[in-house]
Design a binder for this molecule. Structure first.
Ligand code: C2O
Ligand code: CU
Length: 491
């Protein structure tokens, strides 16, 4: 790819190009870790909680002394957190006060197709500035103007989900500018566990960004049109690490156990998280699709874009006053650090991590299941320069598979380079990676799996309840926008 002149460098270990900030980088571990506010319902009835979110521009101080214009749900980055109950419906009116069309997708949601955020089901801005509607001038989606209702039945177990923009061809720049947030689901199985909670249950939404001199987000300009050579098709990674929207923040902790809900909301950057000192482990209790059956201890945790890891860290072994840094071992220098913990005080701790967390069990692969292969490859052929699945760039008119509800299938994901593969509607279990068992980070119900270069990962998946058009795609968002996405229909 032609990288000259736009500040992009190839970056080892990442399928992405590093975009450098033109501002001085802020000093690390000065700003306290912000916690995204919990969204309050405008009303609740017997079955549902109703919310209203305004997508709007806001000018936020992300770097000290500078203003960054963001596109935010309620003007926030990350957006507000939805804290919901399994089985209780969440109904969200999304209002678009931006000047671009948007699409909202609840990532990990067991969502009816009409609310799943098909990339052409656009929500047009209220003000009538319609911007670009998509580079092919394509229609065929359910286009609404001003506001749109999204219904999430939350008929699924407790899990850390997230919501983000999914507009066709523009997901990467719109998420980069701020359109992402958390959506938690809780249930009784989880409530019964003596896990850390309250102030000791902390979201860590990690996203890298680059900044221009004036503090605005730096992102390569997109040249419109199909087949146009993109200068960023490998994926964009920045040189500033944000956690919950703050650069390299610091969190004061008690010398006690904490539960961290880790989300990698980055467009393309992968992390290998590890603590820099002491023998405390990252104890994984959950994955994308909720609690594991039993905890798994990790020295380090590789987190690809869109993956979630629910972890517990016990700070009781550290002296008061200790400073512990959460590293990103895939990098050195500034992007080799993420966050710092400061152990502020001794404190009582009633929490534990039980040996049995949930009724989760690995599903045995039934005999005679339908098998499908999904090949994720570069596709610089003919008029299309970008990425393909099974040799085809995304075409919203064509379904690559018709999938029967209520029966298991084995899907194989085959890659050329790194691709975090995501499937909508149903979670899956990883059966095999490179012909062997699941990898260290593959346990539990997942909806996104990090498929490394030239690998085959096989997963067991079963869709249920909702008929309609859904997506499988790469969650490197630049790959996604460069057409590494396919529709399938549940029937
Ligand atoms: Cu997180 Cu189809 O998306
Ligand atoms: Cu990819």
């Amino acid at each position: 790819a032609a990288l000259a002149g736009c500040g992009l460098d190839p970056s080892p270990g990442q399928t992405a190009e590093l975009l450098r900030s033109a501002t001085p980088l802020p000093e690390a571990f000065k700003v306290p870790l912000p916690i995204p506010p919990t969204k309050r319902p405008i009303r609740s009835d017997a079955k549902a909680d109703h919310f209203r979110v305004v997508q709007r521009k806001a000018s936020l101080e992300i770097l000290p002394g500078l203003k960054t214009e963001v596109l935010g749900y309620d003007g926030l980055l990350p957006g507000p957190t939805f804290d919901t109950r399994s089985g209780r419906t969440t109904i969200i009116e999304q209002v678009n006060e931006l000047d671009v069309p948007t699409v909202v997708h609840l990532h990990g949601g067991h969502t009816p197709a009409a609310s799943d955020g098909w990339p052409l089901d656009l929500l047009m801005p209220a003000g009538g500035h319609h911007g670009h509607t998509g580079h092919h001038g394509m229609t065929g989606g359910d286009v609404q103007t001003g506001s749109r209702m999204y219904t999430y039945p939350n008929t699924q177990r407790a899990a850390t989900l997230w919501y983000h923009d999914h507009r066709m061809d523009y997901t990467a720049p719109q998420v980069y500018r701020g359109l992402f947030g958390l959506h938690l689901i809780r249930d009784e199985e989880e409530d019964r566990l003596p896990l850390p909670h309250g102030d000791r249950e902390v979201p860590l939404v990690i996203a890298d960004r680059a900044f221009a001199e004036d503090g605005s987000f730096r992102y390569p300009a997109r040249t419109d049109g199909p087949g146009v050579e993109s200068q960023y098709m490998e994926g964009v990674i920045g040189d500033v690490i944000l956690v919950n929207g703050a650069p390299w923040p610091v969190l004061e902790v008690d010398a006690a156990r904490y539960r961290f809900r880790v989300l990698n909301a980055s467009n393309a950057r992968r992390y290998e998280l590890a603590l820099d000192r002491g023998s405390a482990k990252l104890v994984q209790i959950g994955s994308d699709g909720g609690l594991l059956g039993a905890p798994i201890e990790h020295e380090s945790l590789v987190v690809a874009p869109a993956e979630r890891f629910d972890i517990v860290v016990d700070f009781s072994q550290y002296e008061v006053g200790s400073e512990i840094t959460l590293l990103n071992k895939l990098d050195s220098g500034r992007t080799g650090e993420v966050l710092r913990f400061k152990v502020a005080r001794r404190a009582k701790d009633d929490s534990t991590v039980p040996a049995r967390l949930s009724a989760y069990a690995a599903v045995v692969e039934p005999a005679g299941v339908v098998r499908r292969q999904w090949r994720f490859r570069r596709g610089n052929t003919g008029t299309h320069q970008g990425w393909t699945i099974n040799g085809k760039p995304f075409d919203p008119q064509t379904m690559q598979a018709m999938v029967k509800l209520d029966q298991y299938e084995v899907w194989s994901f085959v890659t050329d380079v790194h691709h975090p593969v995501h499937v909508h509607l149903a979670p899956f279990q990883v059966l095999r990676r490179r012909g062997k068992g699941p990898g260290a980070y593959d346990h539990g119900w997942k909806d996104t799996v990090d498929v490394r270069p030239a690998e085959v990962v096989e997963v067991l998946v079963k869709f249920s309840a909702h008929k309609g058009k859904y997506l499988i795609h790469c969650h490197n968002l630049e790959h996604e926008d460069m057409a590494m996405m396919a529709g399938f229909e549940t029937v």
